[in-house]
Structure formats: structure tokens, C-alpha cells
Design a protein around this ligand. Structure first.
Ligand SMILES: [Zn+2]
Length: 196
């Protein structure tokens, strides 16, 4: 046995597994200049129906009678009401859940309830409220305008979403969880990939 072979075994850096990448403190992305810290959420900053430009307004400036977009609330044409939610998906082997930060519609009445509770930090009506999923997600069959359930949560945690269609692949991912490899595939769909 040559020492070269042994040294090669000892010092060749093994490729990290998908789980190791998602558990790592930081990993370098080939596509964006950000150093990612382990697992991160993928966020849609507005409903896909929003075609406005310009900066987000503060939540406190909410107007119901025209077009409005803040971090958590969106109104289109004074008649379509959206809130920012999270769609959590367990990842096998990880304690924390991955989240798609996406938007759902609410009725005007429930939108008002949400805004009131958002300010107070809790909800008298525990929900869930029905809505329409308001973003397309990459890596899954079409999700926009799927019926969904919006579960408000206390203390300004973003409401949790479930699709009404339990057989949709996104619902199945939420029920069964996904592998770390599948999450890296989803990141790649959004332009994030670890250097190898
Ligand atoms: Zn990236």
C-alpha cells in the first residue's frame, strides 16, 4: 500500500451530503452572492397578482380603498385582499421546517379580523379561514388559485397555510416531509446551489 493512497483517503475532502449542507453554519452559493446559513425560507414578496412597482409601504399605512403593498398586507383595486403567510414543509432529519413564505387571499371580513388581531397580537376567531393560494411555486404543479386554509397564529407569527386539496403534491410534501436532496433541488429551481 502506498502512502499516497492513504494520504488521498485521509485528506481528500468528502463531498458534504445534502443534510450536511442544510445543517452547516454557512454555505457558498454558486448563483447569488449571498452566503447561506443552513436552511432558509423562500419568500414571495407579493401575491403574483400584484403588478405594481416601488418600495413596500409600512404595515401601519394600510389603505383598503386602492392598491397597497406592505410586508404583510396587500390590497388590489380596493376589492382583493391578501396577507403574507407561511407554508411549512418538514425536512427529513432536520428539526426546523422549511417554509415557503407565500400569500393568500382573504375575504374582506377576515382580512379585517386579521389586521385587528395583528395589532393586538392574538385572534378571537381562531380560524382557519378560507382563501386562495396566491403564488405559483417552482418545483411543484401549479399552486396559484388553489383553495387553501389560513390558520392565524398569535404574537404576529405568520399564518400557516394548508391546501384544501390533500392530494396536491405540495400537500403531500407538507404531510410526509421532503428529503434534504429534494430541498436542494427546490433551492436550485430558485437559483440557489451549493458549490461542490
Ligand atoms: Zn443563493
Amino acid at each position: 500500500m502506498t502512502t499516497g493512497g492513504l494520504f488521498g483517503k485521509l485528506f481528500k475532502r468528502p463531498e458534504p451530503s445534502a443534510l450536511e449542507i442544510l445543517e452547516s453554519v454557512r454555505w457558498t452559493c454558486v448563483n447569488c452572492d449571498v452566503v447561506h446559513r443552513g436552511m432558509f425560507d423562500i419568500a414571495a414578496h407579493a401575491p403574483d397578482h400584484w403588478d405594481g412597482t416601488g418600495p413596500l409601504e409600512p404595515n401601519g399605512a394600510l389603505r383598503l380603498d386602492g392598491d397597497f403593498l406592505s410586508e404583510d398586507f396587500c390590497v388590489i383595486g380596493g376589492e382583493h385582499f391578501f396577507i403574507r403567510c407561511v407554508f411549512p414543509i418538514p425536512v427529513h432529519g432536520l428539526r426546523d421546517r422549511f417554509g415557503f413564505c407565500i400569500w393568500s387571499t382573504l375575504s374582506r371580513e377576515n382580512f379585517g379580523r386579521y389586521v385587528d388581531g395583528f395589532d393586538r397580537g392574538g385572534y378571537g376567531d381562531a380560524g382557519p379561514w378560507c382563501g386562495w393560494f396566491s403564488n405559483s411555486l417552482r418545483g411543484f404543479p401549479e399552486t396559484i388559485n388553489q383553495g387553501c386554509w389560513v390558520q392565524p397564529r398569535a404574537a404576529r407569527q405568520r399564518p400557516v397555510i394548508h391546501l384544501d386539496d390533500a392530494d396536491h403534491p405540495l400537500s403531500i410534501a407538507q404531510q410526509n416531509g421532503i428529503t434534504p436532496e429534494r430541498l436542494l433541488e427546490l433551492y436550485a429551481e430558485y437559483g440557489h446551489a451549493p458549490t461542490r
